[in-house]
Design a protein around this ligand. Structure first.
Ligand code: NAP
Length: 484
């Protein structure tokens, strides 16, 4: 698809103008399926970011006072534009990120659903009037857009991660300076083009590519940026939290995970396998909510492993643009080496490779979907995010043991459990230290629900009503002298 219907932009969007880096320098972007260069993006730095923040600040003065229904209409038009362009946007996403086309189409669809959701929720940022302790007073609690928002997004969901940030920010009247991941910048820049096409005023949405440290540094240092919303690794998230202290910014942090997937003896095995495949292998295992550890009760363990290995071995690996492909390449060679290291570590400590285990015959960054059994707590994948198509299967005997193992991590993003015992479901709800729990479900992300983690997996929520609140400041106003 040549130029992806005009949606592949190779410039920054700052204050309504598409421009290169001040230095004129660019960064090459690679298609992970072919290893070929897809294009060049601006290598921007602090100066361009400072101008983008100034443009966003200017735009905020009018955008935050624009009629609510005018903002809602623009978001509805943006939603429609995303769906009208679903195919070229999905092609662009697969070209830069590698995921199979059917998943890329799904990502565009859920991104548009977030836009629609927040267009609707933006109309419901209600305040409150409280009874005052004295008759001459009225007490108002009102909500207001925080101001300029800095948004930094990762490579694994380059379109929908921006949707969750842009949509609530724009709905309540904030303006945005966004930095997409350098490996997958085009899906982010395409949001800028669509926002421009449907008529968002200049400066409301600004998007820059380039040095993470320089752009991130300028965003974090600026007193004009009142909130930073970040999705990415826990390590970078911690740096941003530290940097936010100097100007006391609001922060939302969607960080790493180490999801347990617990299968109890009483589980429906067919359902557990279906859930396991989606919870493990979506985006080749490169999602923050992907299963990191299968924790399987002894009575069902062997049957589960056999079925999981069969299904894993049957996955079709190839270029995501080809029909029937279920697993594309990994994002880069570092990701492949991490999976290889984890498999070698597990085998050295007594684990068994049941299927896969090696680089795929396609070469490049393709890897065989893999199942390892005999997993133990001292293996790397017990504590580290795998971020690849590797299923690690642990065995347990009792529910207490499973809960303790599931919680034995500093992460707390998503957890899954398969069981038909209702009382146990409530024990899991109360006992699992996770922000999101799927019971008999391997795919739980939906716009209506708050997505986000606890512990070192993050701060704040995206989606649901909570996803809007994160972009609002609350003011209390006491009005005295009213008589009565
Ligand atoms: P990453 O290395 O933390 O990068 C994320 C973003 O931060 C990129 O845009 C990156 O820019 C930027 N960045 C890196 N260093 C920075 C700095 N010092 N200051 C400011 N920005 C900086 O994460 P990733 O490898 O792209 O994404 C994978 C991680 O994201 C995994 O840990 C995954 O679990 C997590 N994730 C979490 C969620 C969630 O909702 N909880 C969702 C998806 C992914 P460059 O690309 O230019 O380096």
């Amino acid at each position: 698809m040549s130029n992806f219907n005009g949606l592949m932009l190779e410039a920054n969007l700052i204050g309504g103008a598409w421009t290169g880096a001040d230095s004129g320098e660019t960064i090459a972007v690679t298609n992970p399926a072919t290893g070929e260069t897809l294009g060049q993006i601006p290598a921007s730095g602090a100066d361009e970011t400072t101008r983008a923040i100034a443009a966003a600040k200017d735009a905020f003065a009018t955008w935050s006072r624009t009629d609510l229904m005018a903002r809602v209409k623009l978001l509805q038009d943006l939603h429609d534009a995303l769906l009208d362009n679903q195919e070229p946007l999905a092609q662009l996403l697969t070209a830069e990120q590698g995921k199979p086309l059917f998943e890329a189409r799904g990502e565009i669809a859920i991104g548009s659903a977030y836009v629609r959701w927040f267009a609707e929720r933006g109309r419901r940022a209600e305040g409150e009037i409280f009874p005052a302790p004295t008759a001459d007073r009225r007490l108002l609690v009102t909500h207001h857009p925080v101001g300029v928002v800095g948004a930094i997004t990762p490579w694994n969901f380059p379109s929908s991660m921006l949707a969750r940030k842009l949509a609530p920010a724009l709905a309540v009247g904030c303006t945005v300076v966004a930095k997409p991941a350098t490996q997958t910048p085009y899906s982010g820049l395409a949001w800028g083009k669509l926002c421009e096409d449907v008529g968002f005023p200049a400066g409301v949405v600004n998007i820059l590519t380039g040095s993470a440290r320089a752009i991130g540094g300028a965003i974090m240092q600026s007193p004009d940026v009142r909130k930073v919303t970040f999705t990415g690794s826990t390590e970078v998230g911690k740096t941003l939290i530290r940097q936010s202290a100097d100007t006391v910014k609001k922060v939302s942090m969607e960080l790493g995970g180490n999801a347990p997937f617990i299968v109890f003896d009483d589980a429906d095995l067919d359902a557990a396998i279906e859930g396991a495949m989606v919870a493990k292998y979506r985006n080749m295992g490169q999602t923050c909510v992907c299963t990191n550890r299968f924790i399987v009760q002894a009575g069902i363990h062997d049957a589960f492993v056999q079925r999981l290995a069969e299904a894993t071995g049957a996955l079709v690996v190839g270029d995501g643009t080809e029909a029937g492909v279920q697993q594309g390449p990994l994002i880069d060679n570092t990701a492949v080496e991490k999976v290889e290291t984890m498999i070698a570590d597990a085998v050295e400590k007594g684990g068994t490779v049941v299927t896969g285990g090696k680089r795929h015959g396609n070469g490049g960054t393709y890897f065989q979907p893999t199942v390892v059994t005999g997993a133990t707590g001292d293996m790397m994948f017990a504590t580290d995010e795998i971020f690849g198509p590797l299923s690690a299967v642990f065995k347990f005997e009792t529910e207490d043991e499973a809960l303790a193992a599931a919680n034995a991590t500093e992460y707390g993003l998503a957890a899954y459990a398969y069981t038909n015992d209702l009382a146990r479901v409530f024990r899991l709800n109360e006992g699992l230290d996770y922000g999101m729990i799927g019971i008999n479900a391997g795919l739980i992300t939906t716009v209506e629900a708050p997505f986000g983690g606890v512990k070192e997996s993050g701060i704040g929520k995206e989606g649901g009503s909570q996803g809007l609140e994160d972009y609002l400041d609350t003011k209390y106003t006491a009005i005295a002298g009213l008589g009565g």
